[in-house]
Design a protein around this ligand. Sequence first.
Ligand code: NZQ
Ligand code: ZN
Length: 388
Amino acid sequence: MLGNFVYCNPTKLYFGENSLDNLEGELKNYGKKVMLVYGGGSIKRTGLYDSIIAILKKCGKTVIEDGGVMPNPTSVKLEEGAKIARENNVDLILAVGGGSVIDYSKAVSVSAYCEDDPWEKYFIRFEDVSCKVIPVGCVLTMVGTGSEMNGGSVITNHEQKLKIGHVFGENVFPKFSILNPVLTYTLPKKQMVAGFFDIMSHILEQYFSGTDDNTSDYIMEGLLKSLIHSAKIAVKNPEDYEARSNIMWIATWALNTLVAKGKTTDWMVHMIGQAIGAYTDATHGMTLSAVSLAYYRYIMPYGLDKFARYAVNVWGVNAECRDKKDVAEEGLEKMGEFMREIGVAMRSSEVGVTEEIIPGVAKATLIMDGGYKVLTTKEVEQILRDSL
Ligand code: NZQ
Ligand code: ZN
């Protein structure tokens, strides 16, 4: 471990089949006005909406609804939500949904009383919050992003063709999150597996960096092995509680800041994936799977030792008397086999990338410098072409 760091995670989690029973107790900690935020309607179809409304009524809350949060929430929707929260002087934002609903709720929580343009302040200039923050609580229905226990919020601006995440501080983390694996059973298979790959990608973004002996890398190898094992079971039987609950827990730990401590982190797959999302509005996890193999093949020579370690420790590749490069390549092949088995997008053409938009997508890609290679925009273009 080489880095200096502070670790604090203020989100309280309630995990398990009966975890929704804890909502009532949590609601007592907040004032009367609750802004209920949800997506395009899945919570109404599954009956969760009725259960939540019943709990809110029982607690005597005044409910202000803000539904229709789209996957990849937009800056236009954010302005609407901030206005609703401000005008109703809400005491708590209750996000019921996946990463989009939670990210949006966090963005609303820091924008309601923001005197600046929130998109410009938080997502272009990456400034800290300097106004009152409304507390956010979550009931999670889709597993993948880790938004339930972190400060991340990703917003898309279609006009500017940009999709950008701001990682806010602890004051913006959800105050509590309710994690019931059963609530994720109704996810369409495409969303379920996109979430699985999102988790894998979060771990890899933090794994492929550094050369020191770091406890976080061992934790991540364990998380990856458990994810691979459970994902194979869950695609065959989505109602396997053991597998789905393990995956829900892995997703939270993959991106609740713990494994990044004491490390630099890469995040280039996410930066390219987000730029694709800004152009095509494709499902987040699929934009990542579509470019991952091309990206990792490209940077492998710069972090060969770690790629060989990944092959051996995560994919069980036999390294005895073999060239490191062969071992590392076999690891990526095995990763590709797993991706095909669970059914995620393997090529960027599957998520709407065409030769024509490649220069624009590459230009919209933020370049990060924590991985094994700092890319140029031309190299991003090359990776996108390799992934077509
Ligand atoms: O909108 P509804 O009708 O609810 O349907 C949603 C949506 O269409 C559906 N869904 C969710 N739970 C369901 C369900 N359908 C049936 N049953 C359920 N139980 O699934 C669809 C996708 O939901 P969404 O919230 O968009 O997915 P996800 O959780 O993958 O979130 C994606 C967003 O999170 C951002 C992504 O960029 C993207 O904008 N991310 C946030 C991060 C963070 N906060 O740290 C990190 C991630 O890397 C990611 O960038
Ligand atoms: Zn992600």
